[in-house]
Design a protein around this ligand. Structure first.
Ligand code: TYD
Length: 192
């Protein structure tokens, strides 16, 4: 099972992944977590480029698109491990939401693994910007508004659940568990 968390910066993906991981482990599952960009050499280069003042320009966005696809290729084996539940903070769906043009992003991610379930943590852009450290050029209101609209447009192409991520950590965590439970043979109504 490959479960992907998506959403704009500051939506709370990493917090929710950790809570879901603990809960799945309590229920006897073997869980592995993945974060994109990864901590590989390519991932480190990506993080450096994300801090450039021109990171949102078309030229740098396309460069990043290529690097994200390469970074993703490095974790293919990990994502294909069927013995575990893989929880991933982002996937090629982030590239579709953040980079363009869509057809080209699809092409360069042709070999990326399709998620079994996508959880889109949906939060309004103002909340997200306030939660961000403001280190990256991506974390500005105009850019993230476009990304949020892209997510809502493209998410129907995947097996997904949209989760309101503005309701507080505990409520969001309950909603995440309820979305995942049916895939794990756990009764969703038993979750409070
Ligand atoms: P990071 O600081 O880790 O953001 P977060 O904590 O929200 O995960 O950096 C990831 C940034 O990279 C984030 O702004 C989203 C962006 N990104 C893309 O633009 N395309 C991609 O394919 C991926 C995986 C991330």
């Amino acid at each position: 099972m490959y479960i992907v968390f998506e959403g704009i910066d500051g939506a709370g993906k990493s917090t929710q992944i950790n809570l879901l991981k603990d809960w799945l482990e309590q229920n006897g599952f073997d869980v592995e977590t993945v974060v994109e960009p990864t901590d590989s050499e390519v991932g480190k280069l990506i993080r450096k480029i994300l801090q450039r003042p021109d990171a949102t320009t078309d030229r740098i966005q396309k460069t990043l698109g290529l690097l994200f696809a390469a970074d993703r290729m490095l974790i293919m084996d990990k994502l294909n491990d069927d013995s575990k539940v893989i929880l991933s903070d982002r996937s090629f769906i982030s590239s579709l939401a953040y980079q363009e043009p869509a057809e080209w992003i699809e092409q360069i991610n042709k070999y990326a693994k399709e998620p079994d379930l996508v959880l889109l943590l949906d939060v309004d852009v103002k909340t997200s910007v306030n939660r961000c450290s403001k280190e990256d050029e991506f974390e500005n209101e105009e850019f993230l508004s476009k990304v949020k609209a892209n997510y809502l447009d493209l998410i129907s192409n995947f097996n997904h659940e949209i989760i309101d991520a503005s309701t507080g950590v505990n409520k969001v965590s309950t909603d995440v568990k309820k979305a995942v439970a049916p895939y794990m043979g756990i009764c969703p109504d038993c979750i409070r």
